[in-house]
Ligand binder design. Structure first.
Ligand code: ADP
Ligand code: MG
Length: 158
């Protein structure tokens, strides 16, 4: 990533993670790309649920692990494309779909397990890392880094 703006915090439970993501979702304008990085059960899908809530969607968000790509229609004509590459050995046709939606300013793209499509992903993105903590089973250290064009998302975070 080029110039970076970052924000670090911790959440003590899944509701905290949901609320953090919700506050980010409320600031999204369309065109954002979120790359979510953690181990299994780290909180990536929980974060995605919060993001959609912040965008005003009342969709029931499920993990796209088996479908690879779910699309959610939000108010204001925005679409959230939620990709999960966990079960794929190569990006293939899904990587092509991903590349197409990345060019759409009305779409917000959320990617879980994006390693195999890293060459498709632009520098311009929001990378969110979730790390477990020795402090407790439900504690996550969350590290958000954005390229400068997306730094508006970090304004006012506490
Ligand atoms: P991933 O998509 O990274 O595999 P999920 O969001 O599907 O992770 O699952 C996270 C699991 O961990 C959920 O069961 C959630 O309730 C639990 N959890 C516990 N603490 C947290 C936290 N601080 N943030 C997010 N999820 C948490
Ligand atoms: Mg998940």
């Amino acid at each position: 990533m080029s110039v970076i703006n970052s924000f670090k915090t911790r959440t003590n439970n899944s509701e905290d993670t949901f609320e953090l993501a919700k506050s980010l979702g409320a600031k999204c304008r369309g065109g954002e790309l979120f790359l979510l990085v953690s181990d299994l059960g780290g909180g990536k899908t929980t974060f995605t649920k919060g993001l959609l809530s912040g965008l005003g969607s009342d969709a029931v968000v499920s993990s796209p692990t088996f479908t690879v790509n779910n699309v959610y229609d939000c108010p204001n004509g925005i679409y959230v494309h939620h990709f999960d590459f966990y079960r794929l050995n190569e990006g293939g046709v899904v990587a092509q779909e991903l590349a197409e939606v990345l060019d759409d300013p009305k779409s917000i793209v959320v990617v879980e397990w994006g390693d195999i499509v890293s060459e498709v992903l632009p520098e311009s993105k929001i990378e969110v890392r979730f790390d477990r903590s020795k402090e407790g089973e439900d504690v996550r250290q969350i590290d958000i880094k954005t390229s400068t064009n997306f730094s508006y998302l970090l304004e006012g975070l506490k």
